[in-house]
Design a protein around this ligand. Structure first.
Ligand SMILES: [Zn+2]
Length: 259
């Protein structure tokens, strides 16, 4: 166990259904198995229930399984002993990562409830990814998939020579779907991440999937489009019975050099 107390930063020990530190700060495990290490409890962090449900339904169609397999193979190749997934969501990718010890961090309790129930191989923790309750230099691989890059925490957590894997949508990701919804569909811009690490490699992967209307609606719900689309554009979804869509991802790999 490499978790630390979010209050005093001392190591946490697990006992029965709680985690506690030497200063007797204790934190309960939820019935589903995740551990809440947020000190201040604000409502509605991360995905809400509807978004979470839509994401689970969409991912269960297998449309992004090729990314999951790629990440699984990469971590297997690295021979990771400890992986931290920062912004792990419902654990779809986390559960497939290969390591002796795995930690997934996210703010969404809804997502972690699902993750903890379906993946006993990972410690799922409610926490900000910008203040991760793990000891310094404990992870040899860190993954961030479609979430912001917590640069200074990644540097603090990684061991020397450790890897940071960053996944973002490729330029043509979901292009057919965007074209169906909008007058102008823009390509995604893929940027290098501002991290104090050595840029090691970039892998681009692509697959096409066939989506029915329900799948398209779930896809819409789980993406940022739901917040930025006018009501007329949303109605266009009712006209589309099915669509072949490109899924394209860019996997950037950074490595921490020896001092
Ligand atoms: Zn403490």
């Amino acid at each position: 166990m490499r978790l630390i107390c979010p209050i005093c930063k001392k190591p946490l020990q697990t006992k029965d259904k709680e985690a506690l530190c030497i200063n007797n700060h204790h934190f309960d495990y939820a019935r589903s198995g995740y551990l809440n290490l947020m000190i201040s409890q604000k409502k509605n962090h991360g995905d809400n229930t509807d978004m979470s449900k839509a994401r689970i339904s969409f991912l269960n169609t297998g449309a992004y399984a090729f990314l999951r397999e790629e990440l699984s193979a990469l971590t297997k190749q690295y021979g990771s002993s400890c992986i931290a997934d920062l912004g792990c969501g419902n654990g779809y990718y986390t559960s497939a990562l290969v390591a002796e010890e795995k930690y997934g961090f996210d703010l969404s309790k809804d997502a972690l409830k699902y993750a903890a129930k379906h993946d006993p191989s990972t410690n799922y923790i409610v926490s900000s990814i910008f203040n991760v309750p793990l000891t310094d230099h404990c992870a040899d691989t860190i993954l961030t998939c479609f979430a912001p890059t917590a640069s200074s925490e990644i540097d603090r957590l990684l061991v020397d020579n450790g890897y940071f894997i960053y996944v973002s949508p490729g330029p043509l990701h979901l292009m057919e779907f965007k074209e169906a919804l909008y007058d102008k569909a823009y390509q995604n811009i893929v940027k290098r991440q501002d991290v104090p690490l050595h840029f090691a490699d970039q892998i681009e992967i692509e697959n096409r999937f066939h989506a029915d209307q329900e799948t398209l609606k779930n896809l819409f719900m789980m993406t940022p489009y739901a917040f930025h689309t006018g009501i007329d554009d949303v109605k266009k979804l009712d006209q589309i019975q099915h669509l072949d869509v490109t899924a394209q991802f860019v996997i950037q790999i950074y490595q921490k050099n020896k001092e």
